[in-house]
Design a binder for this molecule. Structure first.
Ligand code: IFM
Length: 476
């Protein structure tokens, strides 16, 4: 028996860790990845609709136009969630479905979709966690400059307030942004995601305006939804390890940490940009988009922090691709990412290192006094098999990461871990990688839309049942 199969077999009989009775178990999806229904009921175009039409941008020239057809099959999704026995479902609202051009009046037909979904979740006792921005910016706003412009932050807050006003009678938990690193650096600097730009100043402006939009949205949600609302943001965080012990690789790791992690955690959790960011981008940007008062808004108190963790990063020093800083993209920071030797990987080649989740959580609690309570809002494992079949590697992945997270919760002074959401409920559109990678607890046949629970789904369902029995018994 190989080590990974033996590990998976052991994991499949393991109990879920002993977290307190109020711990929130959940699973997550995002609008563009599952909904489809792209041209229906007045939905406008998003930057992803447009990006997917660009030749070579997305594997297999795929798009989310139909995806898992959750726009029509949402009842199947709710049945799956209820059958799994989790407490919560994290999904995102598509901004262009609610406001086709990103501004102005609400598109009632679009809102009705989420209204029905929320009703169905509540009827089944499932707590909705609503993400307001999971990368699908209305194209009309991108045509006006997108996240490079301050106006988009204003528009986002307006939209967030409207959605909160419409759903707050049933939705308590709100996530402003999902992974602003990806929507700024991957989308505006690397060009691998929509809108597919490769800019320096523009990408850094996008990062700032996303954060500003977050800060303004927090205020708008609180104003619309009242004191019961719990508001947070989701960041993708990874510990960055130097590839070797050389000074050059250590400095490379610090640069990547600055851009990936601290560019976002410092403003949100400490109300300041990290030292070194301006130096790193000298000649790339003058940061003239920052205004007095922005950081106060961005650092407004939160009710929780969402952490998405997938893998650790290994950084080696490398020459800049573009020698002239004025023409350099914000992703060109003199770092080459390397694969760690001897570490198992998921189907996507991502290193499986649960310890990295532990270190991320411990690191947050150590760096940011008064850290808000944390939810792991995403953590998941992709396979590349098309057919539904046994997925022992996913079971081992979940068990390993839960163990690491709960170890951090026990050890981490100042860490209040409230819950864990597996990414993803169902296989879905994995952005530029198209439909090849499958992260789901349930398989989706994209030709028919049929969902088939995988072994990991049954495993998690059974373990949750056992955990509930155990925690009920130990209640005072
Ligand atoms: O599918 C994505 C999700 O949209 C954002 N976080 C990472 C996932 C896996 O790549």
């Amino acid at each position: 028996m190989s080590a990974s199969v033996a590990g998976a077999a052991a994991a499949s009989t393991a109990d879920l860790p002993d977290v307190p009775a109020g711990f929130v178990w959940g699973t997550a999806t995002a609008a563009y990845q599952i909904e489809g229904g792209a041209g229906e009921d007045g939905r406008g175009e998003s930057i992803w609709d447009v990006f997917c039409r660009r030749p070579g941008a997305v594997a297999g020239a795929a798009s989310g136009a139909v995806a898992c057809d959750s726009y029509h099959r949402w009842r199947d999704d709710v049945d799956l969630i209820a059958g799994l026995g989790v407490d919560a479902y994290r999904f995102s609202v598509a901004w262009p479905r609610i406001m086709p051009t990103g501004r102005g009046a609400l598109n009632q037909a679009g809102l009705d979709y989420y209204d029905r979904l929320v009703d169905a979740l509540c009827e089944r006792g499932i707590r909705p966690f609503v993400t307001l921005y999971h990368w699908d910016l209305p194209q009309a706003l991108e045509d006006g400059g997108g996240w490079r412009t301050r106006d988009t932050a204003e528009r986002f807050a307006e939209y967030a307030g409207l959605v909160a006003g419409a759903l707050h009678d049933r939705v308590r938990d709100w996530i402003t942004l999902n992974e602003p690193y990806c929507s700024s650096i991957v989308g505006y600097a690397e060009g691998r995601h929509a809108p597919g730009a490769t800019e320096g100043h523009g990408a850094l402006a996008a990062a700032h305006h996303l954060l500003l939009g977050h800060g303004k949205a927090v205020a708008a949600i609180r104003a619309a939804a009242g004191p019961a609302a719990r508001v947070g943001i989701t960041l993708n965080l990874s510990p960055v390890v130097p590839a070797t012990a050389t000074d050059a690789d250590r400095a490379a790791a610090r640069r990547l940490d600055l851009v990936l992690n601290r560019q976002f955690t410092d403003p949100v959790l400490a109300g300041a940009y990290p030292d070194g960011l301006e130096r790193l981008y000298a000649g790339v940007s003058d940061f003239s988009f920052r205004r007095v008062g922005d950081l106060r808004r961005i650092g407004a108190p939160l009710d929780f922090l969402g952490v998405n963790y997938y893998y650790r990063l290994y950084a080696a020093d490398a020459p800049h691709t573009e020698p002239d800083p004025a023409r350099r993209s914000a992703a060109d920071i003199g770092v080459r990412q390397v694969r760690p030797a001897g570490v198992g990987t998921t189907g996507l080649g991502w290193p499986i290192e649960p310890e990295g989740l532990h270190d991320t959580l411990i690191g947050l609690a150590g760096r940011y006094p008064g850290l808000p309570p944390v939810y792991i809002t995403e953590n998941g494992c992709a396979e590349l098999r098309d057919e539904p079949g046994p997925d022992p590697e996913r079971i081992a992945f979940i068990a390993g990461h839960l163990t690491a997270a709960t170890r951090a919760a026990v050890a981490g002074d100042g860490l209040d871990l409230l819950g864990y959401f597996y990414w993803s409920l169902i296989d879905n559109f994995e952005w530029a990688r198209g439909y090849g990678p499958r992260f789901g607890l349930a398989h989706v046949d994209y030709a028919t839309g049929i969902r088939t629970p995988k072994a990991s789904y049954h495993w998690l369902r059974d373990r949750l049942r056992a955990w509930r029995k155990r925690t009920r018994r130990s209640d005072p």
